[in-house]
Design a protein around this ligand. Structure first.
Ligand code: NAD
Length: 392
C-alpha cells in the first residue's frame, strides 16, 4: 500500500497527534504548521521535526503536491474556511470539532468535499473512546435489547480557555455528547427542541448573543421511536468535567459514572419480561411488582488490540499528561484512549479510498442538530426541523 504524507495544522491540542502519525505504518512523512513559533520549537525538540517540515501557516502545506491529507486543529471559526481550502487544494481533510459555525458552513464543506472527490473526516474523539466501543459491542450483540432512550451531556467549565470560547452557545458545540448516541443507532436526527436555563455573566453573553448557562434539548430521530436528551454548559456551573452518555435498553442499560474516577454502571434484567408480565397478571396478591434488575460497575476494556502495534501504546500514553498538561486532556480524562483509533481510521480510510466512519454527512448531522438546538433555545423552545445533508 502507498504510504502517505500528512500535514497537521494547529499544534496546541494538535501536538497530541504528532507521535501517532510519526509511528503509523501507513504514514511516511509529517509536516506541521502553527502561527506560534514556540509550538514549532517544541515539536522540533520533542519529535525531531526539521526546519523544512515546519511552517507558520497552512499555505506551503496546501501548495505541496506531495502532501496527501491535512488534519486541522485550529480554533472553531477557522474550521470551515480551512477545511474548504484543504479540499479545494485536492487533499483529503480531517478537522477537529466543531465542524463549522452555521448550517451554511456545514453545507459548504459537504459541497467542497463532493467537488474535490477527496475524503473528509469529522474528528470527533468520543466515538473512538473505549466506552463507545464497549456500548457498540453490547448493541451489535443484541445485549441491550430494544434501545428505549438515550441521554448525553458535555459538562465543561471553560473559564481561562482561549477567548474565542467566552460565551460560546452551549449546544453549538454538541458533538462530544451527541455523537456517540447518534452513531450507536445510525439514525438521522430529524427534529429538535431545546430550552435555555440560567444565565452567564453579561460580558460573556454579549460575545455570541447567547445568555444561557445550560442548554438542554430533546432530539427526535428519523424512522425511530427513540429520543435523545442532550445537555451542555460551558460557564457559570459548579460541576466538574464530563463527556458522558447513558443508554437505556429493554434488557440492559448503561450509565456513565458520575465521577470520572469511578466506573460506569450496567443494569441487567435478570428474568424474562414476558414471563414477568404473565406472573404479575396471575398474582392477585401482587407479589411480583417490578422486575428484577441487577446492577454492577463494569471495567470497560481497552481496544488497543484493534490498532497496528506501533501505535497501540497511545490509548494509554499521551503527549499531554499529568506533568505536561493540556487542559482539555486533563479534564477529558484522556478522551477514552480515542486518539490513535481516530488517526488510524483517518489514515486507513484514505489509503483504502473510502469515506471515514465519521464523514462529512455524519459530522454535519451531529454538529447541525446542536446548531438547531441553540436556535430552538433562543426561540423559546420552538421545534426545529434539522436540514437534510445529502451524501451524493
Ligand atoms: N476532544 C477533542 O476533540 C478536542 C479537545 C481539545 C480541543 N479540540 C479542538 O481543537 C481545536 C484547537 O483547540 P486548542 O485547545 O488546541 O486551541 P488553541 O487556541 O490553544 O490552539 C490553536 C492553535 O492553532 C494555531 N493556529 C490558529 N490559526 C492558525 C492558522 N491559520 N494556521 C496555523 N496555525 C493556526 C494557534 O497558533 C494555536 O497554537 C479547537 O477547535 C477545539 O475545539 C478538540
Amino acid at each position: 500500500m502507498k504510504k502517505m504524507k500528512v500535514g497537521v495544522v494547529g499544534l496546541s491540542f494538535g501536538m497530541e497527534f504528532l507521535p501517532i502519525y510519526l509511528r503509523h505504518p501507513l504514514v511516511e512523512d509529517v509536516v506541521i504548521a502553527d502561527q506560534d513559533p514556540r509550538l514549532l520549537q517544541v515539536a522540533k525538540e520533542k519529535f525531531g521535526f526539521s526546519e523544512e517540515h515546519c511552517f507558520s501557516g497552512i499555505d506551503p502545506i496546501l501548495a505541496d503536491p506531495t502532501v496527501d491529507a491535512v488534519h486541522i486543529v485550529t480554533p472553531p471559526s477557522t474550521h470551515a474556511p480551512l477545511s474548504i481550502r484543504v479540499l479545494q487544494s485536492g487533499k483529503h481533510c480531517g478537522c477537529t470539532i466543531p465542524m463549522g459555525m452555521s448550517i451554511e458552513e456545514l453545507k459548504a464543506i459537504i459541497d467542497a468535499r463532493k467537488k474535490s472527490g477527496k475524503q473528509y473526516m469529522f474528528m470527533e474523539t468520543s466515538i473512538f473512546g473505549r466506552e463507545f466501543f464497549y456500548l457498540q459491542e453490547l448493541y451489535k450483540n443484541g445485549k441491550l435489547g430494544e434501545v428505549q432512550y438515550m441521554s448525553c451531556a458535555h459538562y465543561q467549565d471553560m473559564e481561562g480557555w482561549p477567548s474565542y470560547w467566552e460565551g460560546f452557545p452551549p449546544l453549538m458545540h454538541p458533538t462530544h455528547a451527541v455523537g456517540p448516541c447518534l452513531m450507536l443507532l445510525g439514525k438521522k436526527p430529524e427534529t429538535v427542541c431545546a430550552v435555555g436555563s440560567g444565565r452567564i455573566r453579561k460580558e460573556l453573553a454579549e460575545r455570541y448573543h447567547s445568555p444561557f448557562a445550560f442548554e438542554s434539548a430533546l432530539i427526535r430521530l428519523h424512522e425511530s421511536d427513540v429520543a435523545i436528551e442532550m445537555e451542555r454548559f460551558l460557564y457559570g456551573v459548579a460541576r466538574s468535567y464530563s463527556e458522558c452518555f447513558r443508554v437505556y435498553g429493554s434488557q440492559m442499560s448503561f450509565e456513565w459514572q458520575q465521577l470520572e474516577k469511578e466506573n460506569p454502571v450496567l443494569y441487567r434484567r435478570t428474568g424474562n419480561l414476558q414471563q414477568e408480565i404473565v406472573d404479575a397478571d396471575s398474582d392477585p396478591e401482587r407479589f411480583h411488582r417490578g422486575s428484577e434488575i441487577e446492577e454492577e460497575r463494569v471495567i470497560v476494556p481497552d481496544y488497543a488490540f484493534r490498532l497496528p502495534d506501533s501505535i497501540r501504546k497511545f490509548t494509554r500514553e499521551t503527549v499531554y499528561n499529568d506533568e505536561n498538561t493540556h487542559l482539555s486532556f486533563k479534564q477529558g480524562g484522556g478522551h477514552g484512549g480515542s486518539h490513535p483509533h481516530m488517526i488510524h481510521e483517518f489514515v486507513t480510510a484514505i489509503v483504502e479510498n473510502r469515506p471515514p466512519v465519521s464523514d462529512d454527512i455524519l459530522g454535519a448531522y451531529w454538529t447541525g442538530c446542536g446548531i438547531c438546538a441553540h436556535e430552538s433555545a433562543m426561540n423559546g423552545g420552538k421545534m426545529i426541523r434539522i436540514p437534510e445533508f445529502e451524501k451524493a
